[in-house]
Ligand binder design. Structure first.
Ligand SMILES: [Zn+2]
Length: 391
């Protein structure tokens, strides 16, 4: 789990450190109670853990019921470890390095095509560079989590419609090269974990991601809902038009064939008869109020609204976060979608633009690393948003 050096070579020290990792904060007396070690032993071990930077004191906790002196609380030193997150799309890979409190140390986007032949080398190289740059900090790299645009089940990629990563066992290949935990998870699921970590108000939420494909990440009562085979929230493959456009999933007329960013750009190219047109051209055309583009976007909004209502109807979230490049560029569409909802039984469900945007699944991957390392179900970030959002 964590590297053993200096103060934590013997079992009792590991026991004490595990208790501190397992709780947001804990007192020496509580550790003694939970481990069965006597108070003097716990105090001596804690002193060494503090000296070696694994643990810090965070001041007095709440008063005891008997009104006694408030004990000093201990917590893990959040600067003593590093989390690494990757997000892999068919046309680019990005990564985020943070300390254990989520503070950003590095964020990089590389515009290069990732496939089964180059991804293991790429990730290994980045991780080795990070390892060399952080030097000998107590916990080192606590984990590497990779966000995938596809269906992931039990750390295996089951289906990726737009690249070939489902042909390799990515976690096994990386685990052979890296001596640290490696996890993979669906992009929309991770985005939902990130929204939940920044949103202290809602316990049930949906993160609706529309990029190359479309997927929803679902948090119910504070827990990520994956489904039996990791397919919960695969809203992109719910059918909008029976007998419509064929989809790599095996169905016809799936939502993502009409509403993913990729599909909308393709539709714009067909509309204008020019296959070289880009996403930016589409946005320019919309802002120039080109009538055929406006009509196309209106149809997009109607289709998108149906997908949205299907998810809301299935999972009944308190709030929906929308993560889409297209809606980021045309934010008035959120009000239009909210208007569609207002005419239905879903009228009270607020739609929010994700402010994390492109970084959502990377922060979600950080949450996953922290959940696994700290053995906690929920992670809450209290970060300076300006720092989170700066590139
Ligand atoms: Zn499909």
């Amino acid at each position: 789990m964590f590297r053993m050096k200096n103060s934590i070579r013997e079992n009792n020290s590991i026991l004490v450190l595990s208790e501190i990792i397992n709780q947001p904060e804990i007192s020496r007396a509580m550790i003694s109670e939970l481990t069965g070690l006597n108070k003097a032993t716990v105090s001596e071990i804690v002193r060494r853990l503090i000296d070696d930077d694994y643990v810090i004191e965070i001041g007095p906790g709440k008063s005891t019921s008997s009104g006694g002196r408030r004990p000093i609380q201990l917590t893990v030193n959040k600067k003593a470890g590093v989390s690494i997150s990757f997000e892999v799309r068919y046309d680019r890979i990005s990564y985020l390095i943070t300390s254990l409190d989520g503070e950003k140390l590095d964020y990089t986007i590389e515009e290069s095509e990732m496939n089964k032949d180059n991804i293991v080398d790429f990730i290994t190289e980045v991780v080795e560079e990070v390892k060399a740059s952080i030097g000998d900090i107590p916990f080192g790299i606590i984990g590497v989590t990779i966000s995938i645009h596809g269906i992931v089940h039990e750390n295996k990629i089951e289906f990726t419609p737009y690249f070939d990563l489902d042909q390799i066992d990515l976690v096994s290949l990386l685990s052979e090269r890296l001596d640290m935990p490696v996890y993979i998870e669906n992009e929309a699921n991770l985005s939902a974990l990130a929204e939940a970590a920044f949103d202290n108000e809602h316990k049930s939420l949906v993160s609706f991601s529309a990029h190359t494909g479309i997927g929803a990440g679902i948090i119910l009562d504070g827990k990520l809902h994956r489904g039996y085979k990791g397919r919960a929230g695969e809203v992109g493959h719910t059918v909008l038009y029976p007998n419509g456009t064929s989809c790599p999933c095996g169905n016809q007329g799936c939502l993502e064939q009409y509403c993913s960013t990729k599909a909308v750009v393709r539709k714009f190219q067909i509309l204008k008869g020019d296959p070289s047109l880009t996403f930016d051209d589409l946005i320019d055309s919309y802002h120039q109020k080109d009538s055929s583009t406006l009509n196309m976007i209106l149809q997009f909004a109607k289709d998108f609204g149906i997908g949205l209502m299907n998810v809301i109807g299935n999972y009944d979230p308190e709030v929906v976060y929308i993560n889409s490049e297209l809606l980021e560029e045309i934010p008035e569409l959120i009000s239009l979608l909210q208007h569609y909802l207002s005419m239905t039984i879903y009228k009270n469900v607020p739609l929010k633009q994700s402010i994390l945007g492109k970084k959502a699944s990377l922060y979600g991957a950080t949450v996953m690393n922290l959940q696994e390392f700290l053995h906690v179900e929920n992670v809450e970030f209290s970060l300076n948003m300006e720092k989170v959002l700066e590139v």
